[in-house]
Design a protein around this ligand. Structure first.
Ligand SMILES: NC(=O)C1=CN([C@@H]2O[C@H](COP(=O)(O)OP(=O)(O)OC[C@H]3O[C@@H](n4cnc5c(N)ncnc54)[C@H](OP(=O)(O)O)[C@@H]3O)[C@@H](O)[C@H]2O)C=CC1
Ligand SMILES: O=C(O)C1=N[C@H](C(=O)O)C[C@H](O)C1
Length: 274
């Protein structure tokens, strides 16, 4: 029997990322858009395809999250929920999806390490695959790999992340993940040479693990950008990634939808499924 297409729910379907995901799923031959959920009253009942700038898909935007999960749980082929909503709702969204046996692919940032640990235990107990991916772009995975390599040779590093000014959380999930990866190298960075005084609180950025500082910039005109800057005597090594279109995340999102069906636990980071 031919493999049935993967039924996909998109949560946050009226948002900037959600619209891209609707388009990508509609155009993927092995997937079908089962539902498009969003809480924005402005877009309620609109056709998700038309809102995404493609043909009508006969899938209206709805705010009925749990009924959609219930519907998805009835599907012959296991269903996936892609979530690009808001930091305030993501923890509960993931728990609800897992409770219904629907596999979450999560791009929404802002979960704490404790929440991720708790969700990992919940997914384990339910033997349900779940992917939490702070950044779906291949370019960022490559930047992070280059940063890990550079960290073996440099003891000083700072991260700057720059985003559009509609972003709710700071620092970005990607910057937090990048700092975590560098911290896992097992050494402390940025040994202090002088006693520093911050004349303006926050001037030196947020302090992540192992002395790594993260600086967040929010401006209209930006999409998503990150620099990891290494310094040593007489040299500076800068790694930079720039996005110019949210389409850059879609190959990673489609890969994650396919891969989450093979998992029985929570996996954090695109690099783990590539
Ligand atoms: N992992 C990755 O590669 C990427 C991750 N992101 C992350 O994805 C998230 C979304 O980003 P973006 O698309 O730019 O944001 P948007 O604000 O453009 O879109 C979010 C959409 O979700 C809706 N929404 C908010 N809360 C809920 C809820 N509880 N249930 C259903 N719908 C909800 C919003 O409605 P309303 O407008 O009414 O609030 C809005 O329509 C952010 O956390 C961002 O950091 C973004 C880009 C890439
Ligand atoms: O809000 C965004 O836009 C983005 N959010 C993610 C993050 O917080 O890292 C990924 C990317 O930077 C775009």
């Amino acid at each position: 029997m031919a493999q049935a297409p993967i039924p996909v729910l998109v949560n946050g379907a009226a948002g900037k990322m959600g619209r891209e995901v609707v388009k990508a799923v509609a155009q993927a031959e092995d997937m079908t858009l089962l539902g498009a959920i969003d809480k924005s009253p402005e877009h309620m009942d609109k056709d998700a395809g038309e809102l995404a700038g493609i043909e009508a898909l006969e899938v209206p935007i709805t705010d009925q999250f749990e009924p959609m999960l219930a519907l998805a749980s009835q599907e012959r082929q296991q269903a996936v929920m892609v979530d690009f909503t808001h930091p305030s709702s993501i923890y509960n969204n993931i728990r609800s999806a897992i409770a219904y046996g629907v596999r979450p692919v999560v791009g929404t940032t802002g979960l704490s390490p404790e929440q991720i640990q708790d969700l990992a235990e919940f997914a384990d107990k339910a033997s349900t695959g779940c992917l939490i991916i702070p950044n779906f772009s291949i370019g960022m995975v490559l930047l992070q790999q280059a940063a890990i390599a550079a960290s073996q040779h440099f003891d000083h590093v700072e991260i700057i992340e720059l985003h559009h000014n509609q972003k709710a959380d700071a620092p970005s999930g990607t910057a937090i993940q990048t700092a975590e990866m560098l911290a896992e190298m097992g050494k402390a960075f940025n040994p202090a040479l002088v006693e520093e005084t911050e004349k303006l609180p926050g001037a030196r950025g947020g302090l992540a693990q192992e002395g790594i500082r993260i600086h967040s910039i929010r401006l209209p005109g930006l999409i998503a950008h990150q620099e990891v800057i290494f310094g040593a005597a007489g040299q500076v090594y800068t790694l930079r990634h720039d996005t110019s279109d949210r389409a850059c995340y879609m190959p990673g999102v489609l890969l994650a939808i396919r891969k989450v069906l093979q998992l029985k636990s929570l996996v954090y980071g695109l690099e783990k499924i590539m």
